[in-house]
Design a protein around this ligand. Structure first.
Ligand SMILES: C[S@@+](CC[C@H](N)C(=O)[O-])C[C@H]1O[C@@H](n2cnc3c(N)ncnc32)[C@H](O)[C@@H]1O
Length: 227
């Protein structure tokens, strides 16, 4: 994408009321008015909140938003030009249950209050081969999620990466999270045995999923409870 187009998309994203761009101070823990108030002030309902971290174009946030009008979804990513795709679709369709935060996930606990979030999706997160601490399923991040995830809250991880999947399974084991589902080959091994609703959810394909599937990578998936 050309620099000009990227700049136009940054500007467009910044003008969208359903894309929140926290200030530096807010990201650092300064007053962020939506913290603890997403239901009341942003969605204007009491429905559960599900977040997609490293959402890129936000395929999970948007598709789940369409499927579940009685739940709220928030995609989080640092890259405005990627968020633009999902955010534009939300604008065009007039959906009221999907929003985005453009910020670094390192600051995520400054944007949500205690018990404010019901579920987290990690979709094709960067595997961070050299820096285990930067993986979104590392203990360092899980400790941040625990600050705002409801007790018994669920984390879903979908990935093409053996490394990220293996390290996530190790984290689950080491910290005694409750593993609900795991598969090294979602479509080859598990998919056919799932009920149609779960199939529809797990069959949502993100940009990175399409990319890596076309290169022959198997898609791994796990769902676990952090305690
Ligand atoms: C491999 S892409 C996956 C995007 C999308 N979920 C998909 O499946 O197509 C990883 C995404 O995570 C975002 N990301 C990585 N680390 C991040 C961080 N620390 N804070 C915010 N976004 C991050 C990147 O900007 C990128 O869009």
């Amino acid at each position: 994408m050309g620099a000009k187009k990227k700049l136009q998309r940054f500007a467009d994203v910044s003008s969208m009321p359903h894309v929140i761009e926290p200030t530096y101070d807010q990201a650092m823990g300064g007053d962020f008015p939506l913290k603890g108030n997403w239901n009341k002030d942003f969605f204007k309902n009491d429905d559960p909140i599900v977040i997609e971290l490293g959402c890129g174009k936000g395929e999970y946030a948007v598709q789940l938003g369409k499927k579940y009008p009685d739940k709220n979804f928030i995609g989080v990513d640092i890259k405005g030009a990627r968020i633009w795709y999902g955010a534009s679709e939300v604008r065009e369709t007039g959906m009221k249950n999907v929003g985005f935060i453009r910020s670094r996930i390192e600051y995520i606990a400054n944007f949500f209050g205690k018990d404010e979030v019901d579920e987290i999706w990690l979709t094709f997160s960067d595997p961070q081969p050299k820096k285990a601490r930067k993986r979104l399923s590392s203990r360092r991040f899980i400790e941040e999620y625990l600050k705002f995830l409801k007790p018994g809250g669920i984390v879903h991880l979908k990935t093409d990466s053996d490394l990220l999947f293996e390290s996530t399974l190790e984290e689950i084991e080491e910290h005694s999270y409750t593993c609900i589902t795991k598969t090294w080959d979602l479509y080859g091994e598990l998919f056919d045995s799932l009920d149609s609703e779960t199939q529809e959810i797990l069959n949502i394909k993100t940009y990175y999923e399409e990319l890596f599937s076309s290169k022959g990578y198997s898609i791994k998936y796990c769902k676990f409870k952090i305690n």
